[in-house]
Design a protein around this ligand. Structure first.
Ligand SMILES: Cc1cc2nc3c(=O)[nH]c(=O)nc-3n(C[C@H](O)[C@H](O)[C@H](O)COP(=O)(O)OP(=O)(O)OC[C@H]3O[C@@H](n4cnc5c(N)ncnc54)[C@H](O)[C@@H]3O)c2cc1C
Length: 492
C-alpha cells in the first residue's frame, strides 16, 4: 500500500477487534486499539463460579449457521462441540431454540402443571410475532410493543378464554406478566412500554439452534487477538475526547485525547464504545459536537439493563429434564405495569431461572434473569443481600425452607462505567433511519473536509443484528471495509 494512514480504534470489544483484524489483514499496519479497561472482550466476559465457567456477558451464538460470522469463526477455530457443528442444528429456523422444558412455581409455594401455561404462552408468542410485522406495514397503531400487548390481551382473553374459569384465567394472566418480564431481559429494556412497536421488527434472526462455547465466549476473543500484531492494543487508556476536523495547521485531521493526557494523531478513528456510554458522554466525547440528527438517534435508541444472577446448589430441586424455571406471583393476575417500591420488591422483576446444561459440565447451576431499574437497583446491593433475597425467593416458591445456595454470582452491567447497561433496543419513535444515523461517519456527506475522520461501529450500529455479538462483529468489518474501499478508490 502506498499510503499508510494512522487508524485508531476506540474500544477492544468484538467490534473493535474485528475492525483491527480486517484492516491488518488488508495490509494496513498503522492501526492501534485504545481500550479503557485492563481487558479485551467488553461485553464478552467469561467468569468462574467455583469450578464452573459462567458467562457474565454474552452466552449464545444466536442463529449459528453459515450466514453468522461468529459461528463460522468459532467453527474454524475449533471452539464448538459436535452438537453445534451438526448441520441439522444449523438448518433449524425457529428464531433461537425450541420452547424450553419448564418447571413452574407459584408464590404460594406450589409446583404447577407445566401444561397450564401453554395457552397464555401461545397467545404471547402470537402477539410478539404480530408486533414484529408492523415494521412492514408502514404504521404503528400503538407507540410501543407493551401498549399493543396491553391493548390486545384483554380482548383476546375475553374471546378465546370465554369458557375458562376465573382461577385458570388468573393463572394465564400471571403467565403473561411473567413472559413480559422475560421479554424485557431478551430486549434489554426496563419495560416493554419502552420498545418502539414499528421498529420492533427491524431485528432479524438467523437460522440455527443457539449454541454456546464449551470453554467460554472469551476463547473466541483470545483466538482473534492472537492474529493481531503484539502491542496493537493499549489497555487502561480511556479516551476522553475525539477531536475531529482539526484546523489545517495540524498534520492529521483527528486527535484522540486520552485520560492520561496522551494525544494520538490519526487519519481515522473508529469509535466502538457502547451506546450506554455514548448516551452519557456524547457531549464531552466529541469536539466539535455530533450533528443534531446523530445525537437524536443516540437519544431515541434504547439501551437497558439485563443482569444474570448465577446460583449454584449441591443438588437440584428442579426436574432432571427442566430447562427453565418460571416464578409466578399470585398477586400479578391483572396486567402489571410497574413494580411499586423497588427497594422492597425488586426481586419480583426476576422472571425465573434457566438451567445451565449439560449438568456433567456445570453441576447444578441456575442463571436468574432480571432486567430494568429493578436490576440496576440489585447491582447496588451487597452480594450477601442478593444471596439472602434469592434464597428467600426460592424457599418461598418451592415451599422448601431448607434449600440453600452454595454460591451466588451476579453481573453488574449498569454500573460498569464503560458500558452503562447491557445492550441496545429500538426505543419508542425509532425507525431504520436511526440505525443509519448511528453508523454514519463524520464529517457527514457534502462536507468539504477530509472524509471518514470518525467512523462508528459496535452492536448498536447494526441495522438488523443490533444487541448481538454477530451484529457487533459485522459492524467492525463494515467500517474496516469502508476504509479499505476508500483507499483502494483513491489509489486509482
Ligand atoms: C448480560 C448480557 C448478555 C448478552 N447475551 C448475548 C448473547 O447471548 N448472544 C449475543 O449475541 N449477544 C449477547 N449480548 C450482547 C453482546 O455481548 C454485545 O452485543 C457485544 O459483545 C458488543 O460488542 P461491542 O464491540 O459492540 O461492544 P463492547 O463489547 O461493549 O466493547 C466496547 C469496548 O469499548 C470500551 N470503551 C468504552 N468507553 C471507552 C473509552 N472512553 N475509551 C476507550 N475504550 C472505551 C469498553 O471498555 C469495551 O471494551 C449480551 C450482552 C450482555 C451484557
Amino acid at each position: 500500500m502506498s499510503v499508510n494512514p494512522k487508524i485508531v480504534i476506540v474500544g477492544c470489544g468484538i467490534s473493535g477487534i474485528a475492525a483491527a483484524q480486517r484492516l491488518v489483514s488488508s495490509g494496513f499496519n498503522n492501526v492501534r486499539i485504545v481500550e479503557a479497561t485492563g481487558r479485551s472482550g467488553g461485553r464478552i466476559k467469561t467468569g468462574r463460579l467455583g469450578n464452573n465457567i459462567v458467562e457474565i456477558g454474552a452466552n449464545w451464538i444466536h442463529g449459528p449457521s453459515e450466514e453468522n460470522p461468529v459461528f463460522c469463526l468459532a467453527r474454524n477455530y475449533g471452539l464448538l462441540d459436535t452438537e453445534a457443528l451438526d448441520p441439522v442444528n444449523q438448518s433449524v429456523d425457529i428464531a433461537g431454540h425450541p420452547p424450553w422444558v419448564p418447571n413452574v412455581f407459584s408464590s404460594s409455594g406450589q409446583k404447577l402443571n407445566a401444561e397450564d401455561i401453554y395457552p397464555a404462552q401461545d397467545m404471547f408468542v402470537e402477539l410478539l410475532y404480530e408486533s414484529s410485522e408492523f415494521q412492514n406495514q408502514g404504521g404503528e397503531p400503538w407507540a410501543s410493543v407493551g401498549d399493543f400487548i396491553w391493548s390486545e390481551v384483554p380482548k383476546r382473553a375475553a374471546e378465546k378464554w370465554k369458557d375458562v374459569d376465573g382461577a385458570t384465567r388468573s393463572l394465564r394472566m400471571r403467565v403473561i406478566n411473567n413472559l413480559l418480564k422475560a421479554e424485557c431481559c431478551v430486549n434489554g429494556t426496563h419495560s416493554m412500554d419502552e420498545l418502539g412497536l414499528g421498529a420492533y421488527g427491524l431485528y432479524k434472526t438467523l437460522p440455527g439452534l443457539d449454541c454456546t462455547f464449551p470453554s467460554g465466549y472469551e476463547s473466541l476473543i483470545k483466538k482473534l487477538l492472537s492474529e493481531l500484531p503484539n502491542g496493537l492494543v493499549t489497555y487502561n487508556r480511556p479516551v476522553r475526547c475525539v477531536c475531529w476536523n482539526n484546523s489545517e495547521q495540524k498534520e492529521k485531521p483527528v486527535t484522540v485525547e486520552c485520560d492520561d493526557d496522551e494525544r494520538i494523531s490519526a487519519d481515522h478513528v473508529i469509535v466502538t464504545v457502547p451506546l450506554g456510554y455514548l448516551k452519557k458522554h456524547y457531549s464531552t466525547l466529541f469536539h466539535p459536537p455530533l450533528p443534531l440528527h446523530k445525537l437524536h438517534s443516540i437519544q431515541r435508541l434504547g439501551f437497558g439493563t439485563n443482569n444474570k444472577i448465577f446460583v449454584e446448589f449441591d443438588s437440584p430441586w428442579w426436574d432432571a429434564d427442566c430447562e427453565v424455571i418460571y416464578l409466578l406471583w399470585e398477586d400479578e393476575d391483572a396486567l402489571v405495569s410497574e413494580i411499586q417500591d423497588v427497594q422492597r420488591f425488586w426481586i419480583k422483576k426476576l422472571f425465573g431461572f434457566t438451567v445451565l446444561k449439560p449438568t456433567e459440565r456445570y453441576g447444578h447451576v441456575l442463571c436468574g434473569w432480571i432486567a430494568g431499574h429493578e436490576s440496576e437497583y440489585m447491582e447496588t446491593l451487597s452480594e450477601q443481600e442478593v444471596t439472602h433475597t434469592v434464597t428467600q425467593l426460592i424457599r418461598r416458591f418451592t415451599g422448601n425452607p431448607t434449600i440453600t445456595p452454595k454460591r451466588v454470582l451476579r453481573s453488574q452491567w449498569f454500573h460498569e462505567p464503560w458500558t452503562c447497561g447491557s445492550y441496545s433496543h429500538p426505543g419508542k419513535g425509532c425507525s431504520a433511519q436511526d440505525l443509519e444515523n448511528m453508523m454514519e461517519p463524520l464529517p457527514t456527506k457534502g462536507s468539504q473536509s477530509q472524509p471518514l475522520q470518525v467512523l462508528f461501529a459496535g452492536e448498536a450500529t447494526h441495522p438488523c443484528y443490533f444487541s448481538t455479538v454477530h451484529g457487533a462483529l459485522l459492524s467492525g468489518w463494515r467500517e474496516a471495509d469502508r476504509l479499505i474501499a476508500h483507499y483502494s478508490k483513491s489509489k486509482l
